[in-house]
Write a protein that binds this ligand. Structure first.
Ligand code: C6P
Length: 424
């Protein structure tokens, strides 16, 4: 798994040399990929819904539970202090992973959804008033729509939308007019979970900042596939989930610029986030604890730290390059199938191919593939406005990770041909 930073292709990706990613060795680390499924070798093409978890991450959580576990940030026991150290080390790993300036800017949440709700409720309630506008892109996941709609409804604010074209790329020509003096925040998906589009978030952030508007980037589908540097992007908020990153469920991250987080009121109240409590008044601790009421997901945070170690051991740039070639191969092979239409043909894409088959419902495609051992997702992928814009009720979606191979793509293609045969 060597570093390979020589040159880049027309999309700015580093082409990977044969053998730069030892996928056979990587696959051996994943128990589920090596477990018979419907009597076959499983072909897991649903990493956008949740990534598979490698043995070193499972082992790290197992070790913590067996030998290191107690509550954190409580008590003077050696056990508690050491558990706290492991928990805070995981936070520091996330800081390094995102290149945040300080670990005080890393807030643990249950996932992307909770992180966005935190910003909408805490920052939003403090900053959004009647008549204000919240600007979202046309390809947002429900997680970056519904919390803002709830806030907008409560405040009498308005949701505005950056449109997209038929290829699934944002139309940014009118961005300057879409960002009005009433725009309070922009919510922007980094990589679309349906279309695979990689959005030019850095450029959009620069334009937003020129008008004094902060930007929240939904990185749920970007961090598993590319190096993210929140300082380089100049993102004000950046959110992601551990389970899409080969980590466990129940843990996620809100990155926020310190200056913004410091001004925001707490969202949840309770133990761990207070300086002092009396019947008259409560005062709060500083960052990051102010936003972490109650006992956190300690095992999961440590597991996420181990997942980051695992990915960094392979090299996130290597993963990006490998998956880019796999995506090209999948796109090429799927495009040869008569009656198959790929939904989302952006020039810059990551690891996702959504498609529809003439006359066959995506749920039927997904079910038949499943019986063939090929795991994909079928439905609206929690992005109903994207379905509406693309004029389809649902799609079948194959999503790839660094543990997938060309053989997996071939199995998908074989399965689709079988589906077509059944529906004749
Ligand atoms: N998308 C998918 O199959 P949570 O559930 O909080 O971990 O992540 C929500 C979320 C937010 N933003 C994006 C871009 C996402 O893709 C997701 C989760 C999964 O596409 C499940 S709906």
């Amino acid at each position: 798994m060597s570093e390979n930073k020589s040159s880049t292709d027309e999309h700015g990706w580093t082409p990977i040399k044969d053998g730069a990613l030892d996928v056979a060795a990587i696959r051996a680390d994943f128990p589920l990929l090596n477990t018979p499924f419907h009597g076959k070798q499983m072909v897991y093409l649903d990493s956008a819904v949740s990534g598979q978890v490698p043995q070193p991450v499972i082992d790290r959580m197992d070790h913590y539970q067996r030998f290191e576990h107690t509550n954190v940030h409580r008590g003077v026991s050696t056990l508690s202090q050491e558990a706290t150290d492991r928990f805070e080390e995981a936070r520091e790993k996330v800081r390094g992973f995102l290149n945040a300036a300080s670990s005080k800017e890393i807030i643990w949440t249950r996932g992307t959804t909770e992180a966005i709700n935190l910003v909408a409720q805490s920052w939003g309630r403090a900053n959004v008033q009647a008549g204000d506008e919240i600007l979202l892109s046309a390809m947002e996941h429900h997680a970056n729509i519904v919390p803002w709609q709830m806030l907008a409804q409560e405040r009498g604010a308005k949701i505005c939308v950056i449109p997209m074209n038929d290829a699934g790329e944002l139309i940014l020509d009118d961005l300057d007019t879409l960002i009005t003096p009433r725009t309070k925040i922009i919510g922007l998906i980094h990589v679309s979970n349906v279309l695979g589009t990689i959005n030019p978030v850095k450029e959009i952030i620069a334009k937003a900042h020129a008008k004094g508007v902060p930007v929240l980037v939904d990185g749920a589908q970007s961090v598993p596939h590319m190096t993210v540097d929140v300082q380089d992007l100049d993102a004000d908020f950046f959110v992601f989930s551990g389970h899409k990153l080969s980590g466990p469920t129940g843990i996620g991250v809100l990155y926020g610029k310190k200056a913004l987080l410091e001004k925001m009121p707490p969202w949840h109240g309770g133990g761990s986030m207070i300086l002092s409590v009396s019947w008259e008044k409560t005062t709060y601790i500083g960052l990051p604890g102010k936003f972490e009421a109650g006992t956190p997901a300690i095992t999961q945070a440590i597991g996420l730290g181990a997942a980051i170690d695992y990915l960094q051991g392979i090299g996130v740039d290597n993963i990006a390059a490998y998956e880019h070639e796999l995506l090209n191969y999948a796109t090429e092979q799927l495009s040869k199938i008569e009656g198959l239409r790929i939904i989302g043909n952006a020039r810059k894409k990551a690891s996702v191919v959504s498609f529809v088959l003439d006359g066959i419902h995506p749920h039927d495609v997904g079910s038949i593939l499943d019986h063939d051992g090929v795991v994909v997702r079928a439905g609206h992928h929690c992005a109903q406005p994207v379905m509406k814009r693309m004029g389809v009720p649902a799609t079948t979606r194959a999503s790839f990770a660094y543990y997938n191979t060309r053989e997996d793509v071939d199995a998908l293609v074989g399965g689709i041909l079988k589906v077509k045969g059944i529906f004749g």
